[in-house]
Ligand binder design. Structure first.
Ligand code: SAH
Ligand code: F3S
Length: 481
């Protein structure tokens, strides 16, 4: 998540307010996408009822859980390193139990227990409600594993605790799994089939967050535009739904309307959009409701039609341009970001140039750029040789990163002299005199604190910028407070 992923928080341990009646200590840390961070909140909520308070101190933990990512090999290596660290701590604290959650748990299953002696517990993304039973097993001295993927589980009935939150912005997951089968991607294997969460439970969670003072919610899913609620069940079974189910189904655009109207003062974002599933009724909702932020994360992966096809991305370069043109025509100041993979098998210099020219056409606000990492079990791994040499991948990546940097600067510069509405999230990392927040377009904005406070919507006049940040001064509270 990747997208909303803040690389700086990777591996953060998470804590919440202790409950005095709880005596056991849970250390939980998360890697990977926003969905993992959100899942860890569900896990902590389940375990709070089992007598666990969270701790940030690894040495005193009774249970250590690591929520893992499999998206690239490097993500998995990072987790293996952490297991080494836990192993060292176990020498000081021999009673400590270690569990692996998330995508690596799902991918490696019982292999984890064989390969990593330190691991006592392996739990896949759809099995967190089984944690109380699994922990009983572990406490009785047995290894425990549940990696069953579900057709139904959305955790809609669990009210997540908010871990290490700024109290201002929160994630709410709306779909789980993915049916897209992009040939490079491990997610359909680790997170299972796509299913949507009951809109009523989403609205309730949003209302609850608003009541607790939250000001911004990001609706999360691997492919949010594909959201479809017809009473439960997998997306792929919708065709067999009854006429009434079909007539009363909620799609993503109508879900946006529901949340936007439920909390008119709250800002809403969503991530991630897949170009092939994004429809203009979503853009219309963004236009209609000022509290739906004008920002879309729209991964493209490659600018070459041949590579898009080999990736099983079900759109062409031209269709992507049409979508971008439509978005920009309807919402000229819409922020747009991307994901790009460079060095997918068979990628030629010409394909790479197609990606470069696509970047030139769109001039994204920002993006997340990766070199291709072959993942076991994916179609690309089974059918295609990982034949682009590492140094070629790296050189192409650098060219893409440099160009994106130029475009980011071009985009931020457009804001100089203009006023943007910023939701204050925290103190700026660089200066205790400054606040940091984001504009509607998801651009970071810093400005002097004056008498403003975290959670305020402030109108900020932009005076300077870097490629990633707008620097300005507050000129007053916006009328959204
Ligand atoms: N739809 C998901 C995508 C998750 S993966 C979402 O919520 O965003 C996030 C990004 O990681 C993808 O868009 C892709 O650019 C990148 N990625 C996925 N698999 C990869 C691989 N095998 N190698 C390199 N990058 C990959
Ligand atoms: Fe992965 Fe493609 Fe789904 S990138 S998460 S298979 S949309």
């Amino acid at each position: 998540m990747e997208k909303t992923i803040d690389e700086k928080v990777q591996g953060n341990s998470l804590v919440l307010k202790p409950q005095p009646s709880n005596s056991k200590k849970l250390f939980i840390e998360s890697y990977g996408c926003a969905m993992n961070f959100s899942d860890s909140e569900i896990v902590a909520s389940i375990l709070a009822k089992e007598g666990f308070n969270t701790t940030q101190n690894l040495e005193e933990a009774d249970l250590v859980l690591v929520n893992t990512c499999s998206i690239r090999e490097k993500a998995e290596q990072t987790v293996r390193k952490r297991l080494e660290k836990y192993n060292a701590v176990k020498r000081i604290n021999p009673g400590m139990k270690v569990g692996v959650l998330g995508c690596m748990a799902e991918r490696l299953k019982s292999k984890f227990l064989e390969e990593e002696k330190i691991v006592d517990l392996v739990v896949g993304p759809d099995a967190y409600k089984d944690l109380p039973n699994l922990i009983n097993e572990v406490e009785a001295g047995r290894d425990a594993i549940n990696v069953i993927l579900s057709k139904e589980e959305t955790y809609g009935d669990i009210s997540p605790v908010r871990l290490q939150s700024n109290g201002v912005s929160a994630f709410v997951s709306i779909t789980r799994g993915c049916d897209n089968m992009c040939t490079f991607c491990v997610v359909p294997f680790t997170r299972g089939r796509e299913r949507s969460r009951d809109p009523q439970s989403i609205v309730e969670e949003v209302n609850d967050l608003a009541a607790k003072g939250y000001k911004e919610v990001t609706l999360l899913g691997q492919n949010v535009d594909s959201y479809l609620w017809y009473g439960g069940g997998m997306k792929k079974d919708f065709k067999d739904a009854t006429e009434i189910q079909k007539a009363t189904a909620t799609n993503f655009a109508s879900l946006l309307r529901l949340v936007a109207e439920a909390q008119p003062k709250m800002r809403f974002r969503f991530s991630t959009s897949n170009p092939q599933d994004m429809t203009l009724d979503v853009i219309e909702m963004m236009l209609q409701y000022r509290n739906i932020c004008n920002y879309i994360h729209l991964p493209v992966q490659s600018g070459s039609n041949r590579i898009l096809k080999a990736m099983n991305r079900l759109h062409t370069r031209e269709e992507y341009f049409t979508l971008i043109d439509n978005i920009k025509e309807m919402i000229p100041d819409c922020g747009i970001s991307h994901d790009i993979i460079t060095g997918f098998p068979t990628e030629t210099e010409e394909d790479h140039q197609d990606t470069i020219s696509l970047l030139e056409y769109v001039k994204y606000n920002f993006g997340y750029m990766f070199t291709y990492s072959e993942r076991p079990g994916t179609l690309a791994e089974r059918k295609l040789e990982d034949d682009v040499p590492e140094e070629v991948k790296k050189r192409r990546l650098q060219e893409i990163v440099d160009l994106q940097q130029k475009h980011s600067k071009y985009r931020t510069k457009q804001y100089i002299g203009k006023t943007v509405e910023v939701l204050i999230e925290k103190e700026s990392k660089k200066s205790a005199e400054q606040f940091s927040g984001r504009s509607e377009q998801n651009i970071v904005v810093v400005f002097p604190k004056e008498n403003y406070k975290i959670g305020d919507f402030v109108l900020v006049k932009v005076n300077e910028c870097t490629s990633a940040t707008l620097i300005g001064e507050g000129i007053g509270l916006s009328n959204n407070n």
